[in-house]
Design a protein around this ligand. Structure first.
Ligand code: XMP
Length: 311
């Protein structure tokens, strides 16, 4: 496949669809939305408004990093602060699909208001083929696949979606990113789920629990950086485990699972064979640097029967 030609065609098609109007792109910092945003910016220039919803569920320092990277590409990013709204919607929820639904509805409420305020009528989304397949099969509802779950963006939220990457899988998306001139650090970035760290907190999603998993995720990313893995992250489990402090007192603390997988397209995945010293370093850093953790486990399950994320 000729990715340069693919990009050219998508740029042309976005230009044609939007006509004299304006569009909005939801940037998350991930590869898919980054590539979609650059396609949109090349098609529409200043008529593309780029929004970054700070949902409070991002990786460490994410909003600032994203704004800087895109500023270097000449693309202005507007940050919408909405963490409170997301945490309010997630409060008390423990069921995975209910959490995903709450996230999705909050996202579109916050986002549709920002879109309406901008006066744009089109929404560019970074949906890719794997999202559509998994949602159709009912494995899990991806927050970015509205039509597949019978939620009309037009009827429910008042805008029309454009999904230039929906025929591609991850490797193809990265190739489009490269021909568009994105920095390698961005198009090679590991995938991050739309609902963010809420996918990595089992049980209730609170700011405190997200803070724990955010620090653990950073350690998991750092310690596995030199391996050619598809994704590496940490998950905070819903239960607690007994531990013991250095001076012999009982502790009852969090359980963190580290997930690191090899995969081509996220449809199947295998656990990365990390060397023992790396695994030991992971447990050491997580128990030392993340307060209240008494147990760290490494997840050995392939997909299937597991999925990559935990909800
Ligand atoms: P699973 O957990 O289904 O994940 O094996 C497959 C890939 O998709 C990512 N993922 C998501 N991406 N919105 C996204 O944009 C979502 O709701 C979502 N859920 C999972 C996951 O990180 C993995 O790369």
């Amino acid at each position: 496949m000729n990715y340069r030609e693919f990009a050219r065609k998508q740029i042309e098609s976005i230009r044609k669809t939007v006509g004299k109007g304006a569009a909005v792109s939801a940037l998350s910092g991930g590869v898919d939305s980054a590539v979609t945003t650059v396609l949109g910016a090349k098609a529409l220039g200043k008529r593309l408004k780029v929004l970054f919803i700070d949902d409070g569920l991002m990786r460490e320092d994410e909003p600032g990093k994203v704004r800087k990277t895109f500023a270097r590409l000449g693309i202005k990013v507007t940050i919408v602060h909405a963490a409170d709204k997301f945490f309010a919607a997630l409060a008390g929820l423990t069921d995975p699909e209910e959490k995903r639904k709450a996230f999705r509805h909050t996202f579109y409420k916050v986002f549709s208001k920002a879109v309406r305020d901008s006066g744009a009528e089109f929404l560019l989304q970074g949906t890719i083929a794997a999202d559509i397949i998994e949602t159709r099969k009912g494995v899990k509802t991806q927050h970015n696949v509205l039509d597949q779950i019978g939620l009309s963006a037009k009827r429910g939220y008042g805008f029309t979606t454009i999904e230039p990457l929906k025929t591609l899988f991850k490797p193809g998306v990265r190739k489009v990113g490269r021909v568009l001139g994105l920095p390698a650090a961005m198009y090679q970035r590991m995938p991050f789920p739309g609902p963010g760290l809420s996918c990595r907190v089992l049980g209730e999603v609170t700011p405190e629990r997200v803070a724990i998993v955010r620090r653990a995720c950073r350690i998991a990313e750092e310690e596995t950086e030199r391996f050619k893995r598809f994704q590496a992250f940490a998950v905070l489990l819903a239960d607690k485990a007994t531990g013991v402090t250095k001076d012999g007192r009982r502790a009852f603390g969090h359980i963190v699972s580290v997930r690191c997988v090899d995969s081509e397209n996220a449809i199947t995945a295998a656990p990365t064979k990390l060397p023992w010293p790396v695994l030991m370093k992971l447990q050491q850093r997580i128990t030392r640097e993340v307060p209240g953790v008494t147990k760290v486990v490494y997840d050995l399950t392939p997909k299937p029967p597991s999925t990559i994320e935990y909800i």
